[in-house]
Write a protein that binds this ligand. Sequence first.
Ligand code: CO8
Length: 256
Amino acid sequence: MSVLDIDRIGQVAIWRITRPQALNALNADVLDALHAAVDAASRDHELRAVVLTGEGKAFVAGADIAAMKDMTPAQAEAFAAKGQDLGARFEKLGVPIIAAVNGFALGGGCELAMSCDIVLAGPKAKFGQPEVNLGVIPGFGGTQRLVRRVGLTRAMDLCMSGRFVNADEAVTMGLAARKVEGDVVEEALALARTIAEKGPVAVRYVKRAIHENADADLDTGLAAERSLFALCFATADQKEGMGAFLDKRAAAFTGN
Ligand code: CO8
């Protein structure tokens, strides 16, 4: 049975994790399916954005506890590496990935959302790093990406208490970009379509400039930004975008 539904609506893909009976918990099959989806997306030159969500009442309620219970330390390290590698590949993919958090995003699910470029929180979203309840720590980037998103003070609180935060609190602390009152998947698709209308190379360079330099000192980050800004001027899309503005017409970007 498939654990990941992939649909394509125009230039936007929707990846929906489909293990609702286990609240979409991440086991090796789900991780493999997501790796395969990234493989396919990186070869798809017409793709402009991805929406990631979960079926049922969860986005992802964490790594699969039943699958992890009897792991040896070596197996646990390999499992964490497979998850961490997926997060790194999300950040390197040339198109944005939008997490449409429809429900529980806990443990590995919160970490999966934080590996996405934009996080939208639906009215029932619940975020948390409850690993300490299980006698373990986050292993899919939680102790690292959470600090970068919400700061050390709040990351300590969430990772040590295991408490859940709702959409409002997640937005306030910077874990989610926005709360969506209605259907979070529809809103994420609308956002994906908006991004799909922009210059694809520019969107790719924005993603690269931010991710590759989030931990750099300011001078290094500004130098990288300058280089990518200059590279935009080697594209037909830059001529088209600026020409269209001056001609007072809509730009027709080609991604070249
Ligand atoms: N793993 C496996 N099964 C799960 C998980 C999970 N993480 N979460 C829920 N399920 C299963 C339940 O066992 C239950 O199965 P069954 O019907 O067969 O009994 C089914 O999903 C429904 O769950 P509940 O009955 O518990 O639903 P409730 O609405 O009562 O509660 C909760 C929802 C609060 C989300 C509750 O299910 C819960 O606390 N789940 C566990 C959350 C958790 O602790 N997550 C962290 C896991 S550890 C982790 O993610 C570490 C990541 C590090 C490495 C990752 C590498 C990829």
